[in-house]
Design a protein around this ligand. Structure first.
Ligand code: NAP
Length: 249
């Protein structure tokens, strides 16, 4: 592989596994310098780094609970020391818990909101000033189809993802004119986690509800992120792109 490196530095939060991992590898393959962030999965994060280095990409791994301000400040220090700047922030880290509304307790509500929503607020507040100073930046926030639909089995998750759409619009106002802030609302995306579920009967029934009759794959999310963060994308901000195969239109 003949890798042509570019000068842009991208941080993908929660990139030790799943979609974030695919984004980290995909950005590195496209010549970006990548910061792989993880909270618990150190081994997996190091595997992502090895994989990137194998094809000549540039990446570092950095542990930080992105819902904790002190961790994010440390993460910023590491990035500035290593690369001197940050151009692209993908707020991808997130958790989900399937439960009915009646089963959710206060502790779980607070925890999920902290990881899914507060992390986006903290990372944007810490990293956007670097982009404003450099007069160029892109922030992409990972929402979800359930943020628009109000997922009945995951009310707290859906609420956090709905709030991300609103936060994206507000952040776009603060980032303008140099930092463009957008969100992606994926539908059901094939990851190691969802693959088994999709193979079962309920998974098949679920797929029937999707206009395109299939789950998305991580490459669908990667391509949308690459478009939103590219040098040639200069006029979309405050927007949420649905990547859901027509599950919700
Ligand atoms: P996943 O496979 O469970 O991976 C989640 C990632 O987030 C892991 O790398 C995890 O790292 C990291 N993470 C969790 N809490 C963190 C924290 N406090 N600080 C730093 N990193 C943290 O999830 P996924 O399916 O790839 O989903 C990625 C994003 O897409 C999420 O925001 C999710 O809501 C959204 N999404 C996914 C789908 C889908 O179908 N998969 C659909 C719609 C939206 P550690 O293991 O190191 O903690």
């Amino acid at each position: 592989m003949n890798l042509e490196l570019n000068s842009r530095v991208a941080l993908i939060t929660g990139s030790s596994r799943g979609i974030g991992r695919a984004l980290a590898i995909g950005y590195a393959k496209n010549g970006y310098k990548v910061v792989v962030n993880y909270n618990h999965s150190e081994k997996e994060a190091n595997e992502v780094i090895s994989q990137i280095q194998e094809f000549g990409g540039v990446a570092i791994a950095c542990k930080a609970d992105v819902s904790e301000r002190k961790d994010v400040i440390k993460l910023k220090e590491v990035i500035l020391k290593e690369f001197g700047k940050l151009d692209i922030l993908i707020n991808n880290a997130g958790i989900n818990r399937q439960k009915s509304f009646w089963e959710i307790d206060d502790e779980e509500w607070d925890y999920l909101m902290k990881v899914n929503l507060k992390s986006v607020y903290i990372c944007s507040q810490e990293f956007m000033p670097l982009m404003i100073e450099n007069k160029w930046g892109r922030i992409i926030n990972m929402s979800s189809v359930s943020g628009e639909y109000g997922g009945p089995k995951t009310l707290h998750y859906a609420a956090s993802k709905g709030a991300i759409i609103s936060l994206t619009k507000g952040l776009a106002r603060y980032g303008a004119p140099h930092v463009l802030v957008n969100a992606i609302a994926p539908g059901i995306i094939k990851t190691e986690m969802t693959e088994k579920e999709l193979e079962g009967k309920s998974g098949q029934e679920y797929l029937e509800k999707i206009l395109l009759k299939k789950a998305g794959n991580m490459n669908d999310i990667l391509e949308t992120c690459l478009y939103l963060s590219s040098e040639n994308q200069n006029y979309t901000t405050g927007h949420t792109i649905r990547v859901n195969g027509g599950l919700y239109i």
